[in-house]
Design a binder for this molecule. Structure first.
Ligand code: NAD
Length: 496
């Protein structure tokens, strides 16, 4: 039975944990390991290691920092398959999907390799006579990341490559459900030459999170997870004087207009609804079919769902794996009967889909049709392989539905009408928009984040906003002595 422990000051922690959590292989349902849960002292030790490393790291040249990032990038590429297998063994997602998340994290590392350019400030000569002014951006100090189970590699890599490249030191608190990937990433950082203490990992639950949120030496916190915890992290962190970006849950709508290519839309709905068993914050969970396309679209979705292969992530034929835990699977299943009791139709019942025998956390892809905004299956974030279809009378009805939804992470429109697509991207209150693209995850050099209950704070992750989040600005106004200097003047400085 493997034991997963913290990574502090460049090495695994050697203490004895008072509390541990269970880690499962979702495909077999078997217990595969135990993860140590940090006590406050352990989280304090990680922050202390990060604090100690900060002074030297912030003064390390941009060239040296970029070189370490390049080395880390090479190691990620070389170990991509091994990382994918590790992710799949604890999360359940199929290996190709796990390799995909490593690839998207890698793109943020590549973005952060450009840190010398990203940190360039401005310089203005002669803002006043013989006075120059320039802006610089400096790291904050120790920053923390708290991440969810569904992307154990990619979501942490939305954060730490940029934070570390900018000169901060980092403490990661990954999900306790699939904790091993973070430790493998720590080992790769060490191999890449990152000084001890610049990247640390503490495992655990609320105790670790609360210690980081209230610790006086932690300057900023990035969080990704469910909306109630995101709100809590934002409120607690900011009350303790920290800069916080907290990304929350989602309910992503795909609006299908009558002129859309329905085959393209059905392919997209199935791919975006059931990829990673729907455990993606950018998964499509609601298809809004604008009259009269509903019946035809549902028929095309059903046809495609019937052919999906559900199986262990380790088998190349598998297109969809199990859910992350038994409890989560059971909760997702409860929405099937719940939806029907509230008036929805089970167009596809995932409980009858072929899944492997045994005790794994399986549920086949499910389609609930004729869903309405009052039903729990619409209101709640199910976070599983359940696609809800809502019928809408018009574009405006569809837009009203999206506007009334509390979440605003991602959305997509499927249409061949450029004018409708343009109007949609202009007026919809959502952070990430797809036009005939179902999972519009921004590239690393743009910033990722939602609106409304999908984000607490002002700043999205990675891209320019990520660089800004992990740095603070300074402006220097300088006059070097020359024969024109001198003289006392108590007036407010004006420029002449
Ligand atoms: P979660 O909110 O349960 O957990 C996220 C993190 O918070 C974990 O590290 C967990 O240990 C910690 N945590 C849990 N309960 C806590 C508590 N009471 N106090 C302090 N810390 C606590 O989320 P999850 O189930 O791991 O992940 C799925 C959720 O994440 C979904 O809601 C999904 O939409 C969301 N998500 C959002 C995005 C995004 O970009 N907006 C991306 C990925 C996942």
């Amino acid at each position: 039975m493997k034991r997963i422990t913290h990574w502090i000051g460049g090495k695994p922690w050697t203490g004895t944990a008072e509390r541990q959590g269970d880690v499962f292989d979702p495909a077999s349902g078997e217990l595969s390991g135990h993860v140590d849960f940090a006590a406050a002292d352990d989280a304090d030790a990680a922050v202390a290691a990060a604090s100690e490393a900060f002074a030297a790291w912030r003064d390390t040249s941009l060239a040296k920092r970029a070189n370490i990032l390049f080395a880390f990038r090479e190691l990620l590429v070389r170990n991509r398959d091994e990382l994918a297998a590790l992710i799949s063994s604890e999360h359940g997602k199929v290996r190709s999907d796990a390799a995909g998340e490593v690839a998207r994290g890698l793109e943020v590392v590549e973005f952060a390799c450009g840190i010398p350019h990203l940190l360039k400030g401005g310089f203005s000569e002669n803002v006043s006579t013989r006075v120059d002014s320039y802006s610089i951006r400096q790291p904050l100090g120790v920053v923390a990341g708290i991440t969810p189970f569904n992307f154990p590699a990619m979501v942490p890599m939305w954060m730490f490559p940029v934070a570390i490249a900018a000169g901060n030191t980092f403490v990661l608190k990954p999900s306790e459900k699939d904790p091993s990937t973070s430790i493998r990433l720590a080992e790769l950082w060490r191999e890449a030459g990152l000084p001890d203490g610049v990247f640390n990992v503490v495992h655990g639950d609320k105790v670790a999170v609360d210690t980081l949120l209230t610790h006086p030496d932690v300057r900023a916190v990035s969080f990704v997870g469910s909306t109630p915890i995101a709100r809590y992290v934002y409120e607690t962190g900011t009350a303790h004087g920290k800069r916080v970006q907290a990304l929350g849950g989602a309910k992503n709508h795909m609006l299908v207009l009558p002129d859309a290519d329905l085959d393209l839309a059905a392919d997209a709905a199935v791919s975006a609804g059931f990829g990673s068993a729907g455990e993606r914050c950018m998964a499509i969970s609601v298809v809004v079919a604008v009259d009269p396309v509903g019946d035809e679209l549902v028929a095309k979705i059903k046809e495609r769902v019937a052919g999906l292969t559900v199986g262990p992530g380790s088998e190349t034929a598998s297109e969809m794996g199990p859910l992350v835990t038994r409890q989560h699977r059971d909760k997702v299943v409860s929405y099937l009967d719940g939806g029907v009791a509230q008036g929805a139709t089970l167009a596809v019942d995932g409980r009858s889909h072929a899944v492997p025998a045994g005790d794994g956390f399986w549920l086949g892809p499910t389609v609930l049709d004729h869903v309405t905004a009052e039903m729990d299956c619409y209101r709640d974030e199910i976070f599983g392989p359940v696609l809800s279809v809502v019928r809408a009378g018009s574009y405006d009805d569809g837009m009203a539905l999206i506007a009334a939804n509390p979440y605003g992470n991602g959305t997509a429109i499927f249409t061949n009408d450029g004018g409708a697509a343009r109007r949609f991207q202009n007026e919809v209150e959502v952070g990430m928009i797809g036009v005939n693209v179902p999972i519009p995850v921004p590239m690393a050099y743009y910033s990722f984040g939602g609106w409304k209950a999908s984000l607490f704070g002002d700043t999205h992750v990675h891209g320019t906003e990520g660089v800004h989040f992990y740095t603070r600005g300074k402006v220097v106004t300088a006059r070097w002595l020359d024969p024109g200097h001198g003289g006392v003047n108590l007036g407010f400085p004006t420029n002449g």
